[in-house]
Design a protein around this ligand. Structure first.
Ligand code: N01
Length: 492
């Protein structure tokens, strides 16, 4: 099917395509390139903002980079090999994604400024009808949702936070107009974002107060023991070596505590080497198993905390006043700026996008009724021809999410090919196949470190269920998603 008329607000025109992709981040772009390379038909990408990049467009905090080496944190068809190897900064990754969207000819397929409001499956026509919030309409046989999991900032409810008189912003909504030079800055949170921005702020600000609730495990930055960054091997070999090196960690995260003890020893030695003050060292020593929260990698985080202008505050925050942060012990610490490095509302994007499948029941209603359940984190029974990218339980604590995205893209293409091969118009995963996958997944998750490791993290919901991570090796996911099993699906 080819384009009818360009959909424009208020024109009443409806744009038709075979595939509609929502989002132009790593996932949506990967899908778009996959569709283009496979010649899988006409497609349109709807992107709410004015540029590609998703999380790498939105997160611009100082020091922002990816803690996975770039040769692995890039598409297999376009390995990102940096000069000198290692990790890429946010501007580099954004530039990489811009280049991919240009070089693979998918930029022309993206409608920017198109924020999707809702979607509805038309049973009779076997088509998805999608509307943007400004009223543009789209009709497609297949719908791919690549809206990402981590881009709606979570701001803690701290009494008085609204009364603060100075600049206050979230790490993912960095206010570059604020000059931090010489200022007293409070950073709340000590996760993956904080560990990257704290060293930058400590160097720039007059004084830094780091409010820590739970200390993270911090390892030295990945040094390439396999010398992939130095030996002039091809991108493919460098990627494979980096991949298998990372996969070793999956065994530990999903196995008994003894397997990750050596890693804890390494992190403790890193802390001992970098922090001399015993009291500070104690405050920075985690009391849960490594891997339970995301393992952080930094060589300059601990040194930044030992600087004379930096204070690590472990007393809980009780209140924020117009010019100060007050902790539970009654200490009032005046500050000029507050940075919330407090993470994201994980269920945000999918929970807010009403997608009505068979019988008019939305994805959200299904999940409220039955719990968050999918097949392979990609399909949901009752939502024919709809596919999630980076859906529930497809995140990784040990390796590159791009590997998972590419597995999903292949799966979506295989599902479309199955529909064509069978001369059908739609595919829906069977409820029993989904239930079987779900039961097996959660059985394996129960003993993994994220549930059994003695910590709280965004990986695990308040009710104790892990809806975020894939347990085990990522290659298992690749194998599991490689084919679309006919017997697990209904075609019509
Ligand atoms: O967020 P987080 P993040 N008072 O949720 C603390 C990805 N990422 O933005 O641990 C005080 O990890 C909270 O404390 P606690 C990656 O997947 C990737 O850092 O809950 N503190 C915690 O310390 C990562 O996992 C890269 O006790 C409060 C922090 O805020 C995900 O994004 C880089 C608080 C939140 O940590 C999220 O990371 C950056 C309160 N009221 C991010 N509320 C890569 O390099 C919360 N906290 C790939």
């Amino acid at each position: 099917m080819t384009d009818a008329v360009e959909a424009r607000p208020g024109t009443g025109a409806v744009r038709h395509s075979r595939v509609l992709v929502i989002g132009a981040g790593f996932a949506g772009l990967g899908m778009a390139v996959g569709l283009a390379r496979a010649g899988a038909g006409e497609f349109v990408v709807l992107e709410k903002s004015d540029e590609v990049g998703g999380t790498w467009r939105e997160n611009t905090y100082p020091g922002c980079e990816c803690d996975v080496p770039s040769v692995l944190y890039s598409y297999s068809f376009a390995p990102h090999r940096r000069r000198g190897g290692g990790r890429a900064s946010q501007p580099e990754i954004l530039d990489y994604l811009r280049r991919v969207s240009d070089e693979y000819g998918v930029r022309a397929k993206i409608e920017f400024g198109a924020e999707v409001g809702d979607g509805r499956w038309d049973e009779a026509a076997r088509r998805w009808h999608v509307r943007t919030v400004d009223g543009r309409e789209y009709v497609a046989q297949f719908l791919v949702v690549g809206t990402g999991a981590l881009h709606q900032p979570a701001l803690p409810r701290i009494p008085g936070a609204g009364t603060f008189g100075g600049p206050a912003f979230h790490s993912a909504q960095w206010d570059h107009s604020v000059d931090l030079t010489g200022k007293t800055v409070a950073v709340i949170g000590t996760g993956a974002s904080a560990v990257q921005l704290v060293p930058e702020l400590a160097a720039r600000a007059g004084a830094l107060q780091l409010y820590q609730r739970t200390p993270p495990w911090v390892l030295p930055r990945r040094t390439s023991r396999l010398a992939v960054d130095r030996v002039p091997v091809t991108g493919r070999i460098a990627r494979a070596l980096t991949y298998w090196n990372a996969e070793l960690l999956a065994a530990g995260l999903n196995g008994p505590p003894a397997l990750t003890r050596p890693l804890e020893g390494r992190a403790r030695r890193h802390l001992r080497r970098q922090v001399q003050d015993p009291e500070l060292r104690r405050a920075l020593t985690p009391g849960y198993r490594i891997g339970c929260k995301r393992i952080l990698r930094s060589d300059d985080y601990y040194p930044a905390l030992s600087l004379p202008g930096t204070q690590v505050v472990t007393d809980p925050i009780a209140e924020i006043r117009p010019d100060a942060v007050v902790t539970a012990d009654g200490t009032v610490r005046p500050v000029d700026v507050i940075v919330y490095a407090t993470g994201f509302r994980v269920a945000g994007p999918l929970a807010r996008l009403p997608l009505a499948g068979r019988g008019g029941v939305t994805l959200q209603e299904r999940w409220q009724r039955d719990g968050i359940a999918t097949h392979l984190g990609i399909t949901v029974a009752g939502l024919p021809n709809a596919f999630l990218l980076t859906g529930p339980n497809t995140g990784l604590g040990h390796s590159s999410l791009v590997f998972m995205i590419e597995s999903q893209v292949r799966h979506v293409l295989a599902a479309m090919a199955l529909v064509d091969r069978e001369g059908a118009g739609a595919v829906d995963v069977r409820a029993d196949a989904q239930a079987g996958f779900h039961a097996d997944l959660h059985e394996r998750l129960a003993s993994a470190v994220w549930s059994a490791g003695g910590c709280a993290s965004w990986y695990v919901a308040a009710d104790g269920t892990n809806h975020s991570l894939w347990p085990g090796f990522s290659w298992r996911y690749r194998l599991r998603t490689r084919r679309v099993r006919r017997r697990d699906h209904e075609l019509f």
